[in-house]
Design a protein around this ligand. Structure first.
Ligand SMILES: O=C(O)CCC(=O)C(=O)O
Ligand SMILES: [Fe+2]
Length: 360
């Protein structure tokens, strides 16, 4: 996830929203958020710890009267009284729950509960998703920004990759990024549109590892979902099947059997919105077919970092009135994270009501 340093004035009082309300709103809007005083070194250490797991929290600097409005303090290490001297900051909130200060965060990590908690709230986009009690079959390692060589290097370090493996991963990241761009460009051009539209859209990849056992045969390794971005390139396990896609009309599932030397390409929610409903954001899941380890690599072309997701005028006409209100990729991701709706349901929130649809 992306985060940012925000100055105290982003929390300044305005007539419409009290400090308490604003803090509550920020807590509910950000899967991982730290409130701190400015230049707080404990906050810096918290950020470092989270970054080492691939999570970049939003950091809000508060002044003393704003600190008094925090819904913490947690029990134990921090003061029960939010006075300036004895304050409950820095305080980190994960998924709306106050974890506490640095000591509590470290304790959570040492107990092995931090990573599953971050995974639960969907904050581990570019990080490691450990096998958890909720899903002991599945673990994943993600790289948030394929285009950034620094992110690729960090990813390789987390994998403890050798020099040769680093070269392979770098080349793979570049090749999938280029391929996703090329396919998207050709699609746009085939519709009479400028193929450069997707330039600078971020892309991400994730290595999925499924630990299938005799007891788990017939169960799901990954629940039914749509991918949130524009387009996905999936390098599936060449030997172990399990991927199933759903026919939207009949609800019937079809297996996608391994076919060595091929890639699976599918659209996600942003693809559906951008194309004004023409590209189907296919629902899919992974079922355990046999007791073995299964590995796949999914590369996602996401959505624009700047501007909004909006079907170009050329894709809107009498037969295809505009389906969705313009929305930003960042807001859409947050909506999916907070609602925990993973099968494209969040797109329905963006639909323009039938009577308000116009052909422009
Ligand atoms: O493992 C697979 O075959 C599919 C994984 C997937 O759907 C995903 O990572 O979004
Ligand atoms: Fe997927």
């Amino acid at each position: 996830m992306q985060g940012g340093q925000r100055k105290p004035d982003s929390l300044s009082f305005d007539v419409a929203e009290s400090t308490e309300t604003r803090i509550q709103r920020l807590i509910s809007e950000h899967p991982v958020i730290i409130f701190s005083r400015s230049s707080c070194c404990m906050c810096h250490v918290m950020k470092k710890l989270l970054a080492s797991i691939g999570v970049h929290p939003t950091v809000i600097e508060l002044d003393d009267h704003e600190i008094a409005a925090l819904p913490c303090p947690p029990d134990g290490e921090d003061s029960p009284s939010p006075s300036p001297k004895n304050s409950p900051v820095p305080a980190v909130f994960i998924g709306g729950t106050c974890i506490g200060g640095l000591e509590s965060l470290v304790a959570l990590h040492l107990s092995g509960h931090l990573v599953p908690r971050l995974a639960e709230v969907g904050a581990l986009d570019g990080g490691y998703v450990a096998r958890s009690e909720a899903n002991p079959l599945y673990e994943a390692l993600g790289l948030y920004d394929i285009g950034s060589s620094q992110a690729v290097q960090e990813f390789c370090s987390r994998l403890d990759a050798s020099a040769h493996q680093r070269k392979v991963i770098e080349a793979y990241a570049k090749a999938t990024n280029d391929l996703a761009m090329e396919i998207s460009r050709k699609l746009a051009e085939s519709m009479g549109l400028n193929g450069d539209l997707f330039e600078n859209w971020p892309s991400q990849f994730r290595i999925n590892k499924y630990h299938f056992t005799p007891e788990t045969v017939g169960t799901l390794g990954v629940q039914l979902h749509t991918d949130s971005g524009f387009l996905t390139i999936l390098q599936d396990d060449e030997n172990v099947g399990g991927l199933e896609v759903m026919n939207n009309k009949s609800g019937q599932f079809f297996t996608v059997d391994p076919l060595p030397g091929t890639l699976v390409i599918n659209f996600g929610d942003i693809g559906n919105a951008w194309s004004n409903g023409r590209f189907c954001n296919v629902k899919h899941r992974v079922k355990c077919k046999e007791a073995t380890v299964r590995i796949s690599i999914a590369s996602f072309l996401l959505g624009p970092n700047e501007g909004s997701v909006e079907a170009p005028m050329e894709l809107v006409d009498d037969q295809h009135p505009r389906l969705y209100v313009p929305f930003t990729w960042e807001d859409y991701r947050k909506l999916r994270l907070t609602t925990k709706h993973r099968a494209g349901e969040s797109l329905a929130d963006m639909l323009i009501s039938t009577q308000n649809r116009v052909n422009a």
